[in-house]
Design a protein around this ligand. Sequence first.
Ligand SMILES: [Zn+2]
Length: 269
Amino acid sequence: MDAHLPTLPWIDTHCHLDAAEFDADRDEVIEDAARAGVAHIVVPAVDTANFDAVRRLAQRMPGGRYALGIHPLASPGAKEAELELLDAALTRAATDARLVAIGEIGLDLFVDELKSDAARAHQEWLFAEQLRLARHHHLPVLLHVRRAQDRVLKALRAHRGVTGIAHAFNGSAQQAGFFVELGFKLGMGGAMTFERALNIRRIASDMPLDALVLETDAPDIAPAWRYKSRNVPAEIPAIGCELAKLRGIAPEVVAAQTAKNAQTILPRL
Ligand SMILES: [Zn+2]
């Protein structure tokens, strides 16, 4: 990371720090992020099997936060019993200040195995049930949306009042507007750093700054300068600087406003 990047309190709103890719050097990755000025890292769960791991990890990191939820890629194995586990875990975490959201949840119609009518219907059921839990537990949601913007928007309209972050936002400008109208923030990360990503870059530069939050999705979605290598949360300031450049404003303004946005949408942050 460049030495001149401002070491302000930045926030990584989406980072899979519990992933096996970090097993060899997780503590170093956490220290690097702290040195780079990343004050908080939100670690979302993907399945009931990693609920304990994300909770423990967030609790031992100085600025650690976590979310519990069942990812659409884990939807085939998720039935009533898994939802009951989630509900119980959320109840137990009701007074845990580090639990900030339900996530990662949503719909994925990109992956072949999830596209059949039956698989899609099952994903939609699981997503709706988790939106219901979000309302019940008064928690925001972290959304995974792949080739399913309109279906996700439809589900959100059926559960008005539930807000959160549309993670790795990759829809159209019009869809971006719909998410924002429903009270959501749009997660901007590595994808925005590629010059050919015209649509995302236009959204990053044109949407009101108070609609955007920063994220890495590490170890995935590495920024252009780390293309095809492992992404890390210490990249947040450089990703924020890219957003500042796209908008023609100072990185300090991006850091302050995106941190404020993250804290507004994830009040326990
Ligand atoms: Zn994710």
